[in-house]
Design a binder for this molecule. Structure first.
Ligand SMILES: [Zn+2]
Length: 185
């Protein structure tokens, strides 16, 4: 698997090992649960607004379905994000439950309903898995709930946009298509 990456790991994170043997843990039906500081997950903290003491609670339950190695992941976090409307920091609640099927390489697929996770030489990078679960659930354009959002110009602009029907571009396209029908020779 190449060189291991070493992160500075404070005491609080000693409980989540980065690399684990998926085969052994699945056979033993191990569940790893705990808490980690968001700021200690490099890929996640890049996507956040100055993480302080915010944490993620995780649970990785290793099991087997038929003969397949499965990891049932559950992560819960309050991620600090910057609101695109008012520019203020707010906490966005993330809760993700995903069932992963362990596969030996990138060409293999797990059973239906399972997300693939590749184990190289039986090893799974749990930190990468945890980061992915969080990053995938961070909204592309983070915004407060409307009632919590600070007043500013951006908000007025936004409600203007929302009054414009969203179907309009497609309606135009449909009109164009019906007028100049493309004929296939
Ligand atoms: Zn806001």
């Amino acid at each position: 698997m190449g060189r291991r990456r070493y992160y500075k790991r404070p005491m609080s994170n000693e409980q989540l090992p980065q690399y684990v043997d998926a085969t052994r843990l699945s056979q033993q039906q191990v569940e790893l649960t705990g808490q980690m500081l968001l700021r200690d997950l490099p890929r996640v903290s890049e996507a956040l607004m100055v993480p302080e003491a915010e944490t993620v609670n995780y649970s990785f339950k290793f099991t087997t379905w038929e003969k397949e190695r499965v990891i049932r992941a559950h992560v819960v976090a309050k991620a600090p994000l910057q609101c695109e409307r008012c520019g203020k920091r707010f906490l966005y609640e993330i809760e993700a439950k995903t069932d992963f099927g362990v596969v030996p390489d990138y060409l293999s697929l797990p059973s239906e309903g399972l997300e693939p996770v590749v184990a190289e030489a039986h090893l799974i990078d749990l930190w990468a898995l945890l980061e992915e679960e969080l990053v995938l659930n961070i909204p592309y354009i983070p915004k407060h709930e409307r009632q919590d959002c600070g007043q500013n110009v951006a908000k007025a602009q936004r409600s203007q946009d929302e009054m414009t029907p969203k179907v309009q571009p497609f309606a135009k396209l449909a009109a164009l298509l019906s007028r100049d029908r493309i004929t296939v020779p």
